[in-house]
Ligand binder design. Structure first.
Ligand SMILES: [Fe+2]
Length: 328
């Protein structure tokens, strides 16, 4: 990294609007202790995971030389046009206007989300955005097929898997992550995270105090990931998130005792969603509001044990506003 002379003029660019895996049209900088430090060179590509990690950690802006700002503007509008054309090709020309509107709304929304504090109004918008995204995603034939695979887990586990998928996508959006490939992979990881449990024999599952049970449980994230590796077309980030869904921020999770940033951001979000829904299940006989409040409290009082404390504040506010009967 090269420290730049601060006499040069810099302008900020929203990280939420950066496009992964596209050569940067100019150098980009981070502002560290009041100094602009070069982060990537012109022509480098930003990894989707890096962009999402920045967003998850509430780093909202990156800097470019003011003279280069226009080049980023051109890139954004070219990419925007490409996503409109891609979508029009998929659903047909008559829908062009609707698609343009949808994409405009999406861009605006993620800009809002990366810049503004959460409020009841924008959390409600996000809830419906995540619902729309999921409605569309789950009608894709390859995703519908994977949802079908879940049936081997039994009805309760299927409900749990789907709920975790819904919560995880909502939480990622709360963090300003609008990249549809990331959201799609997160959804897959979320619905398939416990698929390895289907391989545990019923007699082992019925004896939670046995050694065989403990071993099987410790091993299920690895089993889930290895089942998924055999299915064509699933991205590597999904295996990693599935394998990491019981890793804890403090290193006391399983199966690999990973800690801190050794755990992928996708696994971290999946882990919060998984625990959240498990608490809802434990409290399913209580009124819905009460169950949500207990789940929120659990996440809120974690204090860096299971969850990454850097990603939590916005997630907790999002959960409170969406499900906890809080208003702002
Ligand atoms: Fe699990």
């Amino acid at each position: 990294m090269v420290t730049q002379n601060n006499s040069e003029n810099f302008t900020h660019v929203l990280i939420s609007s950066l496009v992964a895996w596209v050569p940067l049209p100019a150098d980009v900088f981070l502002l560290i202790n009041g100094k602009y430090v070069k982060y990537r060179n012109v022509g480098d590509e930003l990894e989707a995971d890096k962009i999402n990690l920045f967003l998850a950690k509430d780093l909202k802006t990156i800097f470019v030389r003011s003279a280069d700002f226009e080049k980023f503007g051109e890139l954004f509008s070219r990419k925007r046009q490409e996503s409109i054309e891609e979508k029009v090709k998929e659903v047909g020309e008559p829908a062009r206007k609707v698609i343009e509107k949808q994409i405009e709304l999406r861009d605006k929304l993620f800009d809002v989300f990366s810049e503004q504090e959460l409020s009841s109004a924008n959390v409600n918008m996000l809830k419906s955005m995540s619902k729309n995204f999921l409605d569309e995603l789950t009608t894709k034939p390859n995703i519908a097929q994977l949802v079908d695979k879940l049936q081997i887990l039994g009805e309760i586990a299927v409900d749990h898997a789907l709920n975790v998928g819904n919560i995880a996508v909502f939480l990622a959006m709360v963090k300003g992550m609008g990249d549809k490939d990331f959201l799609e992979s997160l959804y897959l990881a979320s619905i398939l995270h416990d698929i390895g449990k289907a391989k545990i024999p019923p007699n082992v599952l019925e004896n939670p105090k046995s050694h065989a049970y403990m071993t099987a449980i410790q091993d299920h994230p690895t089993k889930s990931a290895s089942i998924l590796r055999k299915i064509k077309g699933i991205p590597d980030t999904v295996f990693e998130a599935v394998e990491g869904h019981h890793e804890n921020f403090n290193g006391r999770g399983y199966p690999k005792n990973l800690s801190g940033d050794g755990i992928s951001i996708m696994a971290k979000i999946l882990s919060v969603a998984n625990v959240y829904d498990n608490i809802l299940i434990e409290n399913k006989l209580k009124p819905k509001d009460e169950a949500h409040k207990l789940a929120i409290k659990y996440v809120e009082y974690d204090r860096g044990k299971q969850f990454d404390p850097q990603i939590l504040p916005r997630i907790i506010t999002g959960l409170k506003l969406a499900f906890g009967n809080y208003y702002k």
